[in-house]
Design a protein around this ligand. Structure first.
Ligand SMILES: [Mn+2]
Length: 314
């Protein structure tokens, strides 16, 4: 795989790196790290990383402006389906390479580098950069580490294998960087978000089968002065609750006229339920964009059924 990737990188003078809409640290760090490492090893090439940024992650690194390009290579990280690629029209590019760790959705028509077992897109890129024998530096290593720490939820998931730790060890030793500054960049947050977290725990409905869910309406988002993206991202903070096996936040996004449904599970597999409602994701971490709260509540019914079935099996 890495040989084909290297060949394509060498072949094209212009390389654009994109990732999914609704940016998160793994998506952002994987594209920035790849951009910076190609720039470092091929300074004569034009390499840009594009997509809609977010104020929340602005201090992680700067994206580039979308430009008119021709005969360029497109590399998409962290995204399994074309429709979720941010700011890209596929027909503008001569060749496309996907680097992803999500379950397969569709072929982008070029080179597909997919490892579903990887914790993060950053982990796959860490490995590819070693295989391609690229020169790297500490700021690239730091970006890659932030992406994988974020997607593995600080090594809490089963994707945290000995292989992952050995990659981390290799990078830390060869390109030292400051871990506490990474964690500050990823996890420092305003008091308002913590207060909203309090609202969620106080208002979460929990069924007898272990389904926890909460509606975060625009009124609440306004009251706590957060944005709907950071409200939706709070879902990961609700793991390890004894009475809750599957948990869901339904966040109103007035700007895009939709409800962001985020689902997490440490019991039944839930991504097929997300897919039924035109969403998707990982086995135990998925999302759906519903039109209304009523539509979102239909997903709740399906999840409750899945839990009943799961409880009867264990
Ligand atoms: Mn990812």
């Amino acid at each position: 795989m890495y040989k084909k990737l290297l060949k394509a990188i060498k072949k094209y003078d212009t390389i654009v790196i994109a990732r999914h809409i609704g940016v998160d640290p793994d998506a952002l760090c994987s594209q920035l790290a790849l951009r910076d490492s190609i720039r470092l090893n091929f300074p004569e090439k034009k390499v840009i990383a594009i997509g809609t940024g977010s104020q929340k992650f602005a201090h992680i690194g700067k994206l580039d402006k979308v430009e008119k390009i021709s005969n360029a290579l497109l590399i998409v990280t962290d995204t399994p389906d074309k429709k979720r690629v941010d700011s890209v029209s596929f027909s503008d590019f001569s060749y496309v390479i996907k680097i992803d760790h999500h379950p397969f959705v569709e072929d982008f028509g070029g080179l597909e580098i997919i490892n579903e077992k990887a914790s993060s897109a950053c982990e796959i890129i860490m490995e590819l950069l070693i295989q391609m024998d690229f020169n790297l530096n500490s700021s690239i290593a730091e970006l890659l580490y932030m992406g994988l720490v974020s997607d593995s939820n600080r090594f809490l998931f089963d994707s945290s294998t000995s292989h992952l730790f050995s990659l981390v060890s290799y990078y830390l030793k060869k390109y030292p960087f400051d871990l506490s500054s990474c964690y500050l960049k990823l996890y420092l947050r305003p008091l308002n978000e913590v207060r909203l977290e309090g609202y969620i725990s106080l208002n979460m409905t929990v069924t007898e089968h272990g389904l926890g869910y909460v509606q975060i309406t625009d009124d609440i988002i306004q009251k706590y002065e957060v944005d709907s993206a950071s409200a939706g991202n709070m879902i990961n903070n609700f793991n390890f609750i004894k009475e809750v096996l599957v948990w869901v936040t339904m966040t109103e996004d007035v700007k895009n006229n939709q409800i962001r449904v985020s689902i997490r599970s440490r019991g039944p597999v839930i991504n097929h339920i997300a897919e039924k409602y035109h969403g998707g994701g990982h086995k135990f971490a998925s999302g759906v964009r519903a039109k209304t709260m009523e539509d979102a509540m239909k997903i709740i019914d399906d999840l409750e059924d899945a839990l009943i079935e799961y409880q009867s099996e264990v």
